[in-house]
Design a protein. Structure first.
Length: 186
């Protein structure tokens, strides 16, 4: 009888329809939930919400031969009408040399062409910083300088945060404390 039961079970399983190798082999009506990655809202334009940033940003980032933690609480970004995003987040640069730390304060990612002050920036991943000489500097991921532009001090900013973004007309301001660079999507 054991042989007969095994034979029937094998025959029943072979008769189940197959949807190919990627389909799970569960009978119709079997309750199965597939896990999916959380999605960032693609409908809202303007500044990204803290929830969007939490789902979007990685815990660590790679720059100039090292990985370093990204500070989610000091991150900001925006999305344009086409769904393309720009974001920046402060990085813990304690493992980098003093020369790199002077220029590299935050990770900067853009999916669209931008003008940052007087710099033209193509989509990509960059390191950035606000220098003591009142300039914004942009670096490629190897640490090579791409360009600089002047920053402005906002003396009327009520509560400066280490890094934040605000909407300003058709563009945005990227602040580091009270200093900011204007980001204009092209």
């Amino acid at each position: 009888m054991h042989f007969f039961t095994s034979f029937l079970l094998a025959g029943s399983l072979a008769a189940l329809p197959s949807a190919g190798p990627a389909a799970p082999a569960f009978p119709a009506g079997f309750p199965v939930q597939m896990a999916s990655a959380p999605q960032v809202s693609t409908t809202a334009t303007g500044l990204l919400s803290p929830a969007d940033l939490e789902r979007l940003l990685p815990a660590t980032v790679f720059f100039s031969g090292q990985s370093a933690p990204l500070q989610l609480r000091n991150s900001a970004g925006f999305r344009n009408a086409a769904g393309r995003m720009v974001w920046a987040g402060l990085v813990d640069t304690s493992g980098y040399s003093t020369g790199v730390r002077e220029k590299y304060q935050f990770y900067f990612v853009t999916e669209l062409p931008l003008t940052v002050g007087t710099l033209t920036v193509q989509p990509g991943i960059y390191g950035g910083g606000f220098l003591s000489d009142n300039n914004f500097v942009l670096l490629d991921v190897a640490g090579n300088e791409i360009g600089r532009t002047a920053v402005t001090e906002d003396k009327e900013l009520r509560r400066p945060r280490p890094l934040q973004m605000t909407a300003e007309g058709s563009g945005f301001r990227l602040y580091l404390g009270r200093q900011y660079a204007t980001l204009s999507p092209r």
